[in-house]
Design a protein. Structure first.
Length: 202
């Protein structure tokens, strides 16, 4: 898929951050400052010229935590360039990148080749992060069986119960940030195209 026009229309990451509402910018800054990049993964990524197009919205919890990781990556690794599009302004693009269950979600991290075509995308969050969130929600269900509707899926829980679970996860996920940083960067690194083999070497 040729995404040159989307890339050219996208905002630089610093411009995107400057446009955030104060509460969103504060959270972005907190996660950015909490982020430490794993040297081994950075060495792997730093050997490539990499363009990453992010589709996001500032209200999204995953975006709030994960996009600052790539902000730090782009500022520490000269070969990485990061640009951002708002999902609500580009529904056509959002509909092309779906979760494994077939639903659009944010954030979407799209790795572009030199020709502007996508080389792969990570939708919503690393699968290892999803597995850990599911396990933590299950732990809350086991620990608080008295909460009304606690055994239901999150979207079907009563409002008060859902709010309790979401607040718990919001607090808990902060302590997972170092590990989730590695997950995200390893998954991004896995999308980097392998260098082509010269014809004379085949």
């Amino acid at each position: 898929m040729d995404l040159n026009s989307h890339w050219n229309a996208a905002s630089g990451i610093d411009d995107y951050v400057d446009q955030l509402w104060r509460k969103h910018r504060k959270l972005f800054t907190q996660y950015r400052d909490q982020t430490t990049l794993p040297p081994d993964v950075i060495a792997e990524i730093g050997g490539h010229r990499l363009r990453i197009l992010v589709l996001t919205e500032p209200y999204c919890d995953d975006s709030t935590q994960l996009v600052p990781i790539l902000w730090k990556l782009a500022h520490q690794v000269d070969s990485v360039e990061l640009r951002v599009l708002r999902q609500n302004e580009h529904p056509d693009l959002a509909s092309r990148f779906l979760t494994p269950s077939g639903h659009p979600a944010i954030p979407v991290f799209i790795v572009l080749g030199e020709d502007g075509h996508d080389r792969g995308a990570l939708v919503e969050r690393p699968s290892r992060v999803t597995e850990e969130i599911v396990a933590e929600v299950r732990g809350v269900q086991e620990t608080h069986p008295d909460l009304p509707g606690i055994r239901r899926t999150l979207d079907r829980m009563p409002e008060d119960t859902r709010a309790y679970v979401k607040q718990h996860i919001a607090r808990w996920r902060v302590d997972q940030h170092e590990r989730w940083t590695r997950y995200l960067l390893e998954d991004i690194a896995a999308l980097i195209p392998a260098p082509s083999t010269p014809a004379h070497a085949r």
